[in-house]
Design a protein around this ligand. Structure first.
Ligand SMILES: N[C@@H](CCC(=O)N[C@@H](CS)C(=O)NCC(=O)O)C(=O)O
Length: 210
């Protein structure tokens, strides 16, 4: 299977952490992609194999012999079903809906973080400080809500926990530790899971621009 990745993307990271938690990394060819900072507002030139794999032209994208998946949740769900016997996300029932409830909040944090990043990369003339503040506010509200989900977190580092941990980590890395005061218990939980080998092996770094 071929997985298109970058070092910085939190959506890529949730897939990479899932792969490591399932112990199936040997099955993948990881293709690093490069993104100039103009990606936030312009279509950037990409290699032909990438554009052929994904008309969406976003990462992650997974190409297998039987299916191509161009969204991180779909990829994680596929890996969980095909290689994890639904260990990281229940197939049905209350546990599934609880996990999806947490995951939707955590994924909304990722969306706000990346929209804020794209806005930050605009020129001084175009950048909207209001929009950046709106995305930061959404992030902080969702972190506070995620803190209320903590009592439901089980003993397995599952897809809901993986997405939450990746969201916490991205804010620390890109925007600083300010979020921690809005969700101190979540921050303490994050510090405990950040030491997992799957999290350590996928710590974010700047994506090469060319
Ligand atoms: N909902 C998608 C979002 C993927 C996404 O937006 N990835 C970003 C990287 S963090 C990207 O490729 N952006 C490039 C662009 O929008 O042109 C997912 O969960 O995979």
């Amino acid at each position: 299977m071929r997985l298109y990745v970058t070092l910085a993307s939190p959506w890529v990271r949730r897939v990479r952490v899932t792969i490591l938690e399932l112990g199936i990394e040997d099955r993948f060819e990881f293709v690093q992609t490069k993104w100039p900072h103009s990606w936030g507002t312009q279509t950037v030139a990409m290699p032909a194999d990438f554009t052929a794999a994904t008309p969406v032209m976003r990462i992650p994208a997974l190409v297998t012999d039987t299916v191509t998946l161009t969204d991180s949740h779909a990829i994680c769900d596929y890996l969980n079903a095909e290689f994890g016997a639904h260990r990281l996300l229940a197939r049905e029932g209350k546990a599934r809906w609880q996990a999806l409830s947490t995951m939707a909040l955590a994924n909304s944090v990722l969306e706000a973080q990346i929209m804020r990043r794209a806005e930050t990369l605009r020129s001084d003339k175009e950048r909207s400080d209001d929009f950046i503040a709106k995305m930061r506010d959404r992030t902080f509200r969702c972190f506070a809500a995620l803190e209320k989900h903590l009592p439901d977190f089980g003993g397995t580092f599952d897809l809901a926990q993986i997405t939450t941990a990746v969201a916490c980590s991205y804010d620390d890395w890109r925007y600083g530790r300010g979020w921690r005061s809005t969700a101190p218990k979540l921050a303490a939980w994050y510090d405990s899971v950040a030491a997992r080998p799957s999290m350590k092996a996928t710590e974010p770094a700047e994506t090469p621009q060319r």
